[in-house]
Ligand binder design. Structure first.
Ligand code: BDR
Ligand code: CA
Length: 306
């Protein structure tokens, strides 16, 4: 059983990843922490609480940073995930409230309390993770691993020609996390672009899981419309679910070990770059994936939900 915290900016594929984690029999979801990116941080908190409420899971949500470490705050990507984060689904207010503790403190505490067992899966910009590393020098030692949806080594970017969106939105934080060594795993565009879900897949999920799968299918229309406009694809990449699946099924991903840094300025800002001469310890970057196996896990396990 993997003890998991997802750090998230929900977000359509974030919602897919969170429902997947709720459904997975080998994941104990210990909580969610929230971050800006697809939406603002307060909206991410509201959406995270709403997803847990819909799924009937009583797990804590800790709100994270509202702005990047160094860059000024930016306007969220409403054209990708919709003005409220879930495509055309209107906003709704959940009953539950977030913790008083902020995301970085919650992550540090949970890593201490579950020393050697906690897997952190960030699927948004890495600000909260960098803050946790800065606040607690033992954070990296205490976690089991940090499995990140982010970056691109050879695939090119999705928000600029060089950068993947989560890294681009806080490159300084991502660069801090790159110093974390061999517990850090990047599940970036090199692999997530290989895993595509088409409208028929979401229809199949909704048929087997009418309430929660149906909610994902409704969101997916907006997301797939964006993919069609920008990439001419009638389907979407399973970015965030792939990172969650990498937490329980690492054998489905082929990794390259190398020291990594993040460009923090100019037109390459947000690019993840090999840094052989940096003196940094190597991190793991996923370069190959058994895409059908990942997609099957996604489809089969979501179908377990009501
Ligand atoms: C990442 O950016 C966000 O739009 C998605 O939720 C995912 O985490 C993909 O680049
Ligand atoms: Ca995300």
């Amino acid at each position: 059983m993997v003890k998991l915290i997802i750090d998230t900016d929900p977000g359509i594929d974030d919602a897919m990843a969170i429902f997947y984690a709720v459904a997975a029999p080998d994941i104990e979801l210990l909580g969610l922490t929230t971050i800006f990116g697809n939406v603002t941080t307060p909206m991410a908190t509201r959406n995270a609480l709403r997803l847990l409420e819909a799924a009937g899971l009583d797990a804590p949500v800790a709100q994270g940073a509202e702005a990047p470490l160094v860059l000024p705050p930016f306007t969220p990507s409403a054209h990708v995930h919709g003005a409220e984060g879930f495509g055309d689904i209107p906003a709704a207010d959940p009953k539950a409230k977030p913790l008083e503790e902020d995301a970085a403190d919650f992550l540090c505490r949970m890593a201490r309390e579950h020393k050697g067992e906690l897997v952190v899966c960030p699927v948004g910009p890495l600000t909260n993770i960098a803050l946790a590393m800065q606040r607690d020098p033992d954070f990296i030692e205490n976690v089991k691993s940090i499995v990140i949806m982010g970056g691109s080594l050879e695939e090119g970017g999705n928000i600029t020609p060089h950068a993947e969106a989560n890294i681009y939105h806080d490159p300084h934080a991502a660069d801090v996390v790159c110093s974390g060594g061999d517990k850090v795993v990047f599940v970036g565009l090199d692999v997530t672009h290989r895993i595509l879900c088409v409208p028929e897949d979401f229809a199949a999920i909704a048929a087997r899981s009418p309430r929660l799968g149906g909610m994902l299918q409704e969101m997916s229309h907006f997301y797939i419309k964006f993919y069609l406009e920008v990439a001419g694809l009638n389907g979407c990449s399973l970015h965030d679910p792939a990172a969650v699946i990498a937490c329980t099924h690492p054998e489905l991903f082929g990794k390259r070990q190398l020291p990594l840094r993040v460009s923090c300025e100019g037109e390459t800002s947000g690019a993840t770059l090999a840094a052989e001469d940096s003196g940094r310890a190597p991190v793991n970057v996923c370069m190959t994936v058994e895409a059908d196996a990942v997609k099957n896990l996604f489809l089969e396990r979501l179908a377990l939900l009501p």
